[in-house]
Design a protein around this ligand. Structure first.
Ligand SMILES: [Fe+2]
Length: 284
């Protein structure tokens, strides 16, 4: 296989191998590369859904096997209405986040594949929370090292977009009903690399010891700082057939806007976090 690092603090493109036909040695090499680079991009793999699930399972048990991230209905028609709850969830994905910080156990990672891409836009961006932590001033490190935050998808989605009653909506309100909302340290040590990283993003709405406004301001300040340094951020322009895997413990991600009258079909497999390292502190 050929590994081509991105010109960033993280990430690599990997060529010259076939993801559906990996041998054990290749699986081990990819796992190690994944820990090192946190994001691996495999151009032109054209995985079927079954092949994607099998590949994802090399990285651990799955939180869920496969979910379409798409504005195309099963009958091929396009969802582009702003009051459509699926469109709202797609717009929510455009804000920086880690997956499943709003669940009792944060996700370990995700495999994402492109099946239909718009003519322009619709990139996925990732941001390196290891470098972001390292780059913080000592004053900010001292301020946040012992702080924890509550993460709520119910809050982030309703606050930003409003929401229909989930009992009458076709939107999959995965994680809305989690109670209590998970409490997570802002600074976490990665269970496999030992590196410290920020755990922040759009789902933070409360920090014990602060007003909600102070908490949300601090979360936005950290996010702006971490996601505006071009050394630590990469946006991938998708081509049909591309597959990626990212480490959700140390990267945040976001989708980019596209003309929603054009279809974009992606499939997402979510790798389950280890409860020993990824459980919220109020779920231990
Ligand atoms: Fe996500």
């Amino acid at each position: 296989m050929k590994v081509e690092p991105l010109n960033r603090s993280f990430g690599a493109k990997v060529y010259d191998l076939s993801l559906p036909n990996l041998n054990e040695e290749e699986v081990r090499s990819i796992y190690d590369l994944w820990l090192e680079y946190a994001l691996l991009i495999f151009p032109q793999q054209h995985l079927t859904n079954t092949q994607q699930i099998k590949f994802a399972k090399n990285f651990g048990a799955l939180e869920f096997d496969l979910s379409p991230i798409s504005n195309v209905r099963n009958d091929g028609s396009i969802r582009d209405a702003n009051d459509d709850d699926i469109v709202k969830s797609l717009r929510g994905n455009m804000e920086w986040h880690h997956d499943s910080t709003y669940m009792p156990i944060q996700a370990k990672g995700a495999v994402f594949t492109a099946h239909k891409v718009p003519s322009k836009g619709g990139e996925t961006g990732w941001a390196d929370m290891r470098s972001a932590y390292e780059g913080l001033s000592q004053t900010m490190k001292d301020k946040i090292d012992n702080l924890s935050a509550y993460h709520s998808y119910e809050w982030s989605q309703k606050e930003r977009f409003g929401h229909k009653d989930p009992t009458v909506s076709e939107f999959n309100s995965y994680g809305f009903d989690i109670d209590p909302k998970p409490l997570r340290p802002l600074v976490k040590t990665h269970a496999e690399t030992g590196k410290k990283c920020l755990t922040i993003g759009r789902h933070i709405n409360k920090i014990p010891g602060m007003t909600d406004q102070e908490a949300q301001n601090l979360a936005r300040e950290l996010e702006e700082y971490a996601c505006s340094n071009q050394e630590w951020v990469y946006h991938h322009s998708w081509e049909v057939g591309d597959a990626v895997i990212w480490d959700n413990r140390c990267l945040m991600h976001q989708a980019s806007m596209w003309d929603l009258s054009e279809g974009r079909i992606m499939y997402h497999s979510r790798i389950e976090g280890d409860p020993i390292s990824e459980a919220a502190s109020n779920y231990l």
